[in-house]
Design a protein around this ligand. Sequence first.
Ligand code: M6R
Length: 622
Amino acid sequence: MCGIIGIVLRERGLLLKPLGTAIKECLKNLEYRGYDSVGFAILSNDGLVIRKSKGKIDDVTSKLSFDESDGVCGIGHTRWATHGKPSDVNAHPHIDCSGRIAVVHNGVIENYLEVREVLVGRGHEFKSETDTEVVAHLIEEYKKLGLKPYEAFKKAVSLLRGSYALSVLDLDEPSKIFFARNTSPLVIGIGEGVKFISSDIPAFLDYSRDVIVVQDYEVGYISRDVVVIEKLMDRNYEFDTNPPGTELVDHSSRVRHIDWTPEMARKGGYPHFMLKEIHEQPQAVTNTLISVPEELEETTKLVSKADRVLVVGSGTSYHASLIGGLLLNDIAGIKAHAVISSEMKWFINSVDEGDVVIAVSQSGETIDTLLALREAKRRGALTIALTNIIDSALARESHLTIYTRAGPEIGVAATKTFAAQVVTLTYMAIKLAERLRTAPEGRVSDLKSWLRELPNIMSAAISISESKVRALSGVTTIWRSIYYLGRGLGLPTSMEGALKLKEVAYIHAEAYPAGESKHGPIALVDDGFPVAFTILGGEVDLILSNVEEMRARGAWTLAVMPKGLERISRYFNYIFELHHLPYELTPAVYIIPYQLMAYYAAVARGYDPDKPRNLAKTVTVV
Ligand code: M6R
């Protein structure tokens, strides 16, 4: 939901390129957060230079002449529209009436209409339809009332309701970038002679791997010499000029060194991040399996005492939660349910101290998941975050955190982080079964040794599937709608497969429990209607009757299934045959053909799979 960047240099030219070029490159690394429009502001000798336009960075690069703009202090923005359609005028930065203050923002200012009305009453003229523009005018108004720029900024922030990651340039306090955060992510990067403020770490990985995560209700500034962070203590939303109470934050102990490399945030020869990240899955699983056992030691002790476990997530993370929930029941004999984060509200009344809530989220910032976690915590549940992002909001707010080690995921469609989440939850279920002795010892050690083999099996699945998927992409171009059917773990695997196809290839795809398909969905099936079956091993005969039902209506059938099931191959028009492995470990492998199918279908249809329309990588609005 929008990417923001701010850069302050000790001296001009320090990055060996114009500041505008550096901003453009950082924004390219953030484009997965939104790509409706792009813009930047730089403090130059001629004052504040502002350029912005509707469109993706590559499409507007020459129009905006990033490379011709230089200075020591600048901000930039790539937008996922919330208030106001994608257009040049709604693109960020937004400025005040005097043109001396430039603001970029990620989030939603909930009280913007109310504030706007007051400001219009005080003579301010608004140009855009955005909620963001009020921030520039509000700062201007407080300056008019006598506050110094940074004080005016803090005062303005104290008046805002909603979510925001803000980055602000003010000509009257040059060479500083003001920032503030509530709910929307914001990190500071500290490099040699350069400081960054950004929505996410990959933006500045080329220059810095030392980061401080800004926390909710923190405000501050970066300048060539210092980083200042203050906690905003009162947020009374009064339109007066009493300075808001703040407390200086000692951030020295909050500096974290990130082990991600700049290469991880580059395509490395692949045409798209999505394809690269599909191929990185074996490595993501290997790295996660190295670190997770230790992290799970303490966690499983606590989870083993729970009356019930709720595994909560959105989108792909919800599908991983479903897999985790099924495995906790199946392997560890624990009462566990998966809940969609935005639906948690309707479960929350029964949550109490006996529960453990595991919040699953790649970004650790998804607002629906964060709200679910907060409410569960308030009701006394033990909360555990499972996230890929160090010090993310979920990690900070939960009692315990388990980190997946998938590395930065840039493609909007989650792939390698799904594999890492699934493997972590599987390992957790196995550890719990071991601790609670709910599974025979032989089964536990068997699963553990198969788990070690998983990265190799995944690599093989990628090579087996890729050529078969390429050959299929001609067929996928004619699909308008497809069912994905599965039973047990095959259902969440199908749901994830369907989500991928929808997200990047814009093909309507619906996953359904195979046994339930005859209770309604079958009504749509006629000659050539594509139906994909996820067959994991143990449910072959049960699912076969569903295959027959579909074929009897003329369906075109595809199967993702284990090798060695020749007896059923004649039921399918197209087959992906994968390694035979224990049913419990199949999802991370059997999802691979579906991920590749979505990717190649998108490419065949002429879409950019890294930037699916209307989607953003991290969803920080409810
Ligand atoms: O960062 P999170 O895992 O919490 O994100 C949750 C969903 O927004 C995310 O999985 C979304 O569905 C992706 N686009 C899936 O590919």
